[in-house]
Design a protein around this ligand. Sequence first.
Ligand code: NAI
Length: 718
Amino acid sequence: MTSMIEWKNDAGVVTLTLNDPDASANTMNGAYVEAMGRTVERLVAEKALLKGVIVTSAKSTFFAGGNLQQLSQIRPSDAAQVFETVEEVKRQLRAVETLGVPVVAAINGSALGGGLEIALACHHRIVADDNRIELGVPEVTLGLLPGGGGVTRTVRMLGLQDALMKVLLQGQRMKPAHALSVGIVDEVVPAEDLLDAARRWITSYSRELQGDPKQPWDRDGYKIPGGTPASPKLAAFLPAFPANLRKQLKGAPYPAPRAIMSAAVEGSQVDFETASRIESRYFVSLATGQIAKNMIQAFFFDMQSINAGGSRPAGVPAYRARRVGVLGAGMMGAGIAYVCAKAGIEVVLKDVSLEAAARGKEYSAKLLAKQVGKGRMTASDVEAFLRRITPTGDPNDLAGCDLVIEAVFEDGGLKQKVFAEIAGVVEPDALLCSNTSTLPITALADGIDRPDDFIGMHFFSPVDRMPLVELIVGAKTSDRAIAQAYDVVRQIRKTPIVVNDSRGFFTSRVFGTLVMEGAAMVAEGVDPVMIERAATQAGFPAPPLAMLDEVTLTLPQKIRDAARAAGDSAGAFDDHPGMAVTDRLVNEFGRRGKAAGAGFYDYPADGPKRLWPGLWEHFPVKAEIPLIDLQERMLFAMALEAVKCLDEGVLRSVPDANIGSIFGIGFPPLHGGALQYVNAYGPSAFAERSRELATTYGERFRPPALLVRKAAAGEIFG
Ligand code: NAI
């Protein structure tokens, strides 16, 4: 049987090469535990004859970490067994670190999570100087903690404060130079010199000068850098820590950061073995819980599916844009020009005049100046970047463009006009995209030459920071256009989801149900402070009334009025109880939202926004609704709309729903996205609870047909 760990003894120096024969990456699966068990036995048996041990990998990543497939299937009843497996992995690593022979990690590729934990158990860590390599323990981003010794060792290596802030709590992924400056690796060397450098370290290891090879924490008189919670400096810092963490999480129930902090602080006050066991216990409590499963589903499996092509039609050759014409250099156009130029694409940025276009280019200059300020770019990088953006007022300057992204005012006639202006100018098969946020793509395409090459490419604001792009397929959009648009989004390093045309597409439709639910609660007489607090404590990055102010209170009116004019107002908030509130705020009090300086909130020039006191006067508090009902109404409204989108064929896949709802509209990441929320609840229990909400709060919660079918069949969305 081929082992996952290859053993090669070269004159007393053993090289252990991690190389899972059955997978493209090494993970901490059963084969690893078994191979490591045998390797440790052999190391112990032969240690008198060994000069040193090198741990390296034959894969492009050093080691990919925990096996997420296995982790996501853990049930609460597996707790004892999971604890035992984790402890076994740690006993093995502990045996390596206390072998009495110098052990060095030669890190040839990314070492994340369990990969870094293996390296941390070595006495010395050398990493290849390659910017594709990432090091860190990102477990927290999957609702977990590094349970293979990651908490215990980083605390002992760096001290509590640095371990928590620089490594553990945000799960930073570090390039080699960054990892060196933080102190989790000891050397960065040219890739071709990696194994020689490891051998040199072993040869130069001197027992006379350095004593027996041991970790710092196994030496006599060792003290954790920066002290323990009992020392004065930390005693001043630690009490503020839980409060800061609470503030950062805004009361949302993320268990991983809290568990990491507890494991680190408790572990720093006891010996290594006890600390390690404490860490295992916290790991098991997270791994057996639902939140880790939700986060693994969304941030690992769903992202993997999208990165692997997701809803991209197969069979269309890969596409790379060379020269993009961006029509409209306002807020969105300027941001789109920036992200395209950043990806190396030549940009022609067109507005009504050269001056207006130049203002759009200025936006990039401002963002780049910040990068220079942070030392991330040089003046010559900036110059080269800006040279890629050509501002213009003349449509003829779009000659040679193989891609057009339109972002002029939200006016269908104007959009069709600007496409007509460039029709004979750009490449004859150029891909044509519109960043419209509300206009149906099929209707817009009717006035456009080559409707089969036309697609919605919906960016989110601010474009440089928001990772999602929603592609909207019109009735005539070809598979070629979908695939090319998908490739463009990947080219500019964003995440694409693909949806079929519908009013509000997918993201705005689902977003609308959340903010209007907030408005409906105001109508019922729920205290607005409670509405906002319920949302942030449920994990929404921003609460509904504040968000409604951002998008303006006239938006729901516009959507309803346009739908009425088109003779199809079902689902366009026409009968939504929240409309009474937004209508009154706009029509009676002239409060149109944040841009107008007044909405649900006041926006004083000299301080932070605060809820408008008039709300309590005009919408007196009279409803005492349990917090859980407020929270579930928001979550259910969104999830039910996502189910409807799937049922109507607006959504093409479940990963698109989960990722789109988290990255586009702030569905709480701890639930793993709108449809994962239903799956985790259990479709049958979810349908039952929807019926209850419908009876108490309104028919909009009545379970749609697809949910009823799934519940009856005992199936999840997958
Ligand atoms: P904006 O008002 O900041 O910019 C629009 C720009 O288009 C202005 O600079 C205007 O001078 C220019 N323009 C008008 N006529 C033109 C013409 N004939 N040729 C070239 N340029 C012309 O608007 P914003 O916010 O950038 O929105 C643009 C589009 O993006 C709209 O369709 C909007 O619905 C959509 N959108 C907006 C989002 C947002 O958060 N603001 C989010 C997603 C999409």
